[in-house]
Design a protein around this ligand. Structure first.
Ligand code: SF4
Length: 91
């Protein structure tokens, strides 16, 4: 008679445990990404960086640009008038 209730409790505990494990895994993954991102820049070639603007977009107008010549995500000397495929417009 009570076995139906016990099954529900078991399933419920399993769901809670699985949800907790997934949440912890997601938190751990987010921590790894947030620690790795600032230190690991990609090459200019991989970013398809060019020293000239593209379609009105240029590094000086990108959120990733750090004057006078640094990018948060792309290695090397970055021109304010350059561009790459990681461009994100400043708001
Ligand atoms: S366009 Fe590319 S290289 Fe230029 S600042 Fe933005 S992300 Fe960096």
């Amino acid at each position: 008679m009570n076995s139906g209730r016990n099954d529900c409790q078991r399933i419920s505990r399993r769901v809670v445990f699985t949800g907790t494990a997934l949440a912890l895994g997601a938190a751990a993954a987010a921590t790894v990404v947030s620690q790795a991102t600032p230190q690991e820049k990609i090459s200019q070639a991989d970013a398809k960086y060019q020293g000239t603007p593209k379609g009105g977009q240029h590094c000086d107008g990108c959120v990733n640009f750090q004057p006078p010549n640094v990018c948060k995500f792309v290695q090397g000397n970055i021109s304010p008038s350059g561009w790459c495929q990681l461009f994100v417009k400043k708001t």
